[in-house]
Write a protein that binds this ligand. Structure first.
Ligand SMILES: C[S@@+](CC[C@H](N)C(=O)[O-])C[C@H]1O[C@@H](n2cnc3c(N)ncnc32)[C@H](O)[C@@H]1O
Length: 200
């Protein structure tokens, strides 16, 4: 497969460009923990990553992946505000509770939409909660911080969610945000990436 289609790798690269050791980063959809792990490596042991997922199965996979790489993982009750500290915090809750759980400035936020790879394909991200989480994300991002969202249009409901997410990114003010859209122009079913950078 061509490297042009490695959309998730592009999202990692664009977030790691701005992340430094000690930063706070957020994964809105932990899934198998691949993205959480990339963020954890980028912020280092003195940094903090907070990752959300609705499914216990996803958080178990994320815990296992992070522990295999020697990260200390902490589970957080779904209604608890997390202090600014170091380590990887896993939240078993909808990402639309982001602003109740995190109140500190964040450098990078990732969301990989759709369903858990290898899991229940009917348990997918939905436009209402996705948009709520994305709006809250913008409020938390520091100047120079980035929000990266990978959209999967191929599964049922994915195209509609993508249209809603795309409209959200397109509506951001050009004074405060720079928005990048990365997609295969001749493959409407292929995943695509939207990245917003908070301008100083
Ligand atoms: C495509 S997967 C994420 C992939 C993941 N980032 C990785 O590195 O493997 C999407 C995940 O979003 C989760 N999810 C769906 N709706 C959610 C919601 N409202 N809040 C938090 N997580 C959600 C699913 O349970 C699933 O694990």
């Amino acid at each position: 497969m061509s490297s042009l289609t490695r959309i998730v790798s592009w999202s990692h690269q664009l977030l790691c460009e701005v992340l430094e050791h000690g930063d706070l980063a957020v994964d809105l959809t932990a899934g198998t923990g691949q993205d959480t792990h990339v963020l954890a490596e980028a912020v280092g042991t003195e940094g903090q990553v907070v990752a959300f997922d609705l499914q216990a199965e996803a958080l178990e996979q994320t815990t296992q992946r992070l522990q295999e790489h020697d990260f200390v993982v902490k589970s957080v009750p779904d209604d608890t505000e997390i202090p600014r500290a170091f380590g990887v915090y896993l939240v078993h809750a909808c990402h639309s509770s982001l602003d109740k759980i995190i109140t500190h400035p964040v450098k990078a936020i990732i969301a990989n939409l759709g369903y858990l790879p290898g899991g229940n394909k009917s348990l997918v991200t939905r436009p209402d909660s996705t948009l709520a989480a994305l709006s809250q994300s913008l409020e938390l991002l520091v100047a120079g911080g980035r929000l990266a969202v990978t959209v999967y249009p191929a599964h049922p409901g994915g195209e509609e969610e993508g249209e809603a997410v795309n409209a959200f990114f397109c509506s951001l003010s050009r004074e405060n945000w720079l928005v990048l859209s990365l997609r295969a122009a001749n493959r409407s079913e292929a995943p695509y990436l939207l990245v917003a950078e908070h301008l100083p």
